[in-house]
Write a new protein. Structure first.
Length: 162
């Protein structure tokens, strides 16, 4: 299945977008899973980027574990993305979650085994049942504490004024 998907993506880019560079992300999994280790051993030539989900308050332990699995494979120098992080259980208005988001941005921006090449936070907007799983942005685009924390930290990482 992974080979067929890779071949289809290769065909589209070579045929219709020959000048465009693309990435094929590895099959994703939730934090704590050993699935990335299996994918790196069994099908490493069918993706270019390792991608995991990590909802831990401190994402560095699982990030280091996955980087360790990448070492010694053809993906040793590939990018590592966190396809989902943040929370699907706690409101982004929660101050402790907002502080953990800042800490995880710092952890993921440090060189070495904690480094994250790219990410997608979960979840940007409210989803699910009313009052549950509140995202970074609420009704009408109202920013929650987590949104402001991320915005300030990202600006700091980019060298902008807060």
């Amino acid at each position: 299945m992974v080979k067929v998907a890779k071949d289809a993506i290769d065909f589209v880019y070579k045929t219709y977008l020959p000048s465009r560079t693309y990435r094929i992300h590895s099959p994703k999994t939730v934090g704590g899973s050993n699935w990335p280790a299996s994918a790196l051993q069994e099908i490493p030539n069918y993706f270019t980027t390792v991608n995991i989900h990590n909802y831990d308050a401190d994402i560095s332990n699982y990030t280091r574990k996955v980087r360790g699995w990448m070492n010694g494979t053809v993906r040793a120098n590939s990018q590592l993305w966190v396809g989902e992080w943040g929370s699907y259980e706690i409101s982004y208005g929660d101050l402790s979650l907002a502080l953990n988001l800042i800490k995880n941005l710092i952890r993921g921006s440090q060189p070495g085994d904690n480094y994250i090449d790219g990410s997608h936070i979960f979840c940007l907007y409210d989803w699910g049942k009313l009052g549950q799983a509140e995202g970074l942005l609420g009704d009408g685009g109202k920013r929650r504490a987590g949104s402001d924390a991320l915005r300030m930290r990202i600006r700091a990482l980019q060298g902008e004024k807060l």
